[in-house]
Design a protein around this ligand. Structure first.
Ligand code: BGP
Length: 485
């Protein structure tokens, strides 16, 4: 008999402003870099990164067009307009935490203004207040795949050190305004994705003259510094604030027991953990410095940078978990499957989702134990869920047993990890409500416990319906996990 979930465990759901809010030009909001990503003309689930970038020409076309047709993230799933209805549904679900993000462009529309936009600030204040009244703790990502477009086109995104100052002004504004309303903050969503999808994560546009990788590492350095500043300010504003980093954790298994495969898996794991090494331990690990040396990457640092990183490390480590990956010294002989952000060698032991992602509940236990053993700081699973097509039956119900099965098996693995000794703050599934996919911009790649009547072209009533999984999760939360059996 394993121990259960601890008292005060933060059961919740998660989503991001750029994928659910819509209302892209309402109440003074500026254009974000997500608002100009067009619907993909063709889906390629293996080369997923290609769907997450745009060119200068595409941006110019998007800026000249005022409307939502062809730009799914401008519509989201109408959560800005329907915030009260959604907050009521979340209260009914009984969640203890809502992981969400603030749209930077609602607070500083172009990112460079001296004064914030009061309409944007007031919106989130109303929402946080309502959540707290319902006993829901907001867990807020300061920048989740969203930054003002102006900072991308005029300043060059996070590669430019000036962006740190704009982020810090934004972060300080919200940290002060929501003092007492929000106590859990994440500085950046999946910070490692700056190396994988540099446009979506760091606002970097391609330049044929300048290879992307060194620019991405420079951008990351600036994001780490910005994160440390935000952590410093959060602690100054309210010592009760808890700040987390956020990693898309991708545990690599070796394809075989050949030591060369094992070494390659270890190398890829270390490279994935370089980000938490900086943000939790406070220093760049040797493997990254070696990588820079061997690839001719020179990072521009200023005096005091490394001290700042060392001094203002995060309080907890949050991460998304969707799958595990497979590594081999010679990957060319293996078949590939799709993946979150990039494809991987197909693991013959694991089934895959409709989008080709490995399904691996046991891997979540492996991941939790690895992270806990390495860092010994509280962990928080802030994303885990199944993207799937859902059918509405003639009686209007959605019987998403596939999602219930996914969550059941992943949460059983979580319970085992807690019994192993992992200190886990909470679990917020992705997502509470159907939203626009980050990578494919589809609504029909559904993650929610609440169905939204909308298709990929934006047609539909946007009305909300509780799926079968809603009732299942509600019971689970009410029993603090005991109904898992
Ligand atoms: C993570 C992102 C989320 C989310 C999720 C699912 O990488 O942090 O924003 O969308 O993955 O991915 P997708 O929407 O591409 O299916």
């Amino acid at each position: 008999m394993t121990a259960g979930f601890p008292d005060g465990f933060l059961w919740g759901v998660a989503h991001a402003a750029n994928q659910c809010e819509g209302s892209y030009d309402v109440d003074g909001k500026g254009l974000s870099q997500a608002d100009v990503i067009p619907s993909p003309q063709a889906m390629d689930y293996v080369n997923i990164g290609d769907l997450m970038k745009v060119s200068r020409e595409q941006i110019a076309t998007a800026v000249a067009y005022h409307g939502t047709e062809g730009y799914p993230k401008r519509r989201g799933t109408d959560a800005y307009a329907r915030w009260e209805e959604d907050a009521a549904l979340f209260a009914e679900l009984g969640i203890k935490a809502l992981r969400m993000s603030i749209a930077w462009t609602r607070i500083f529309p172009n990112g460079v203004e001296a004064e914030p936009n009061e309409a944007g600030l007031a919106h989130y204040e109303r929402l946080f207040t309502r959540l707290r009244e319902s006993g829901i703790e907001p867990v807020v990502t300061i920048s989740h795949y969203e930054m003002p477009l102006h900072l991308v086109t005029e300043l060059g995104g996070w590669e430019n050190r000036e962006v740190i100052g704009h982020y810090v002004r934004y972060a300080e504004t919200i940290l002060r305004r929501y003092r007492g309303l929000v106590r859990h903050w994440l500085t950046f969503n999946e910070i490692n994705t700056t190396l994988i999808e540099p446009y979506t994560s760091a606002g970097l546009l391609e330049d044929p003259e300048r290879p992307m990788e060194p620019r991405s590492y420079q951008a990351l350095h600036h994001q780490y510094l910005a994160s440390s500043h935000a952590t410093r300010i959060a602690h100054e504003v309210d010592p009760a604030n808890r700040v987390g980093c956020m990693l898309a954790r991708m545990t690599h298994y070796p394809a075989t027991s050949d030591p060369d495969d094992v070494l390659e898996a270890q190398r890829l794991n270390e490279m994935n953990l370089q980000h938490t090494d900086v943000q939790v331990r406070g220093a760049y690990p040797g493997i990254v410095r070696r990588y820079w040396r061997e690839h001719g990457i020179e990072i521009a640092m200023e005096p005091g940078d490394e001290e700042l990183l060392a001094e203002h490390t995060v309080d907890f480590l949050s991460f998304s978990y969707y799958m595990t990956l497979v590594a081999a010294a010679d990957p060319s002989t293996y078949g590939q499957t799709g993946g979150n952000l990039f494809s991987t060698i197909k693991n013959p032991n694991l089934p895959v989702t409709e989008w080709g992602w490995h399904l691996d509940p046991v891997g979540l236990r492996v991941t939790l134990n690895d992270l806990w053993n390495r860092y010994q700081v509280p962990l928080f699973i802030v994303e885990n869920g199944l993207g799937a097509t859902d059918q509405v039956l003639p009686d209007g119900s959605i019987q998403d047993d596939h999602r219930i099965d996914y969550m059941q098996r992943h949460l059983e693995a979580v319970r085992e990890a807690i019994a192993d000794g992992v200190d886990l703050l909470g679990y917020t599934c992705w997502g509470g409500i159907d939203i626009v996919s980050a990578s494919t911009s589809q609504v029909t790649k559904r993650y929610g416990l609440i169905y939204v009547d909308a298709d990929d072209a934006g047609h539909g009533t946007y009305d909300r319906t509780r799926k079968k999984s809603f009732g299942w999760y509600k019971e689970l939360i009410a029993s603090n996990g005991a109904s898992l059996g």
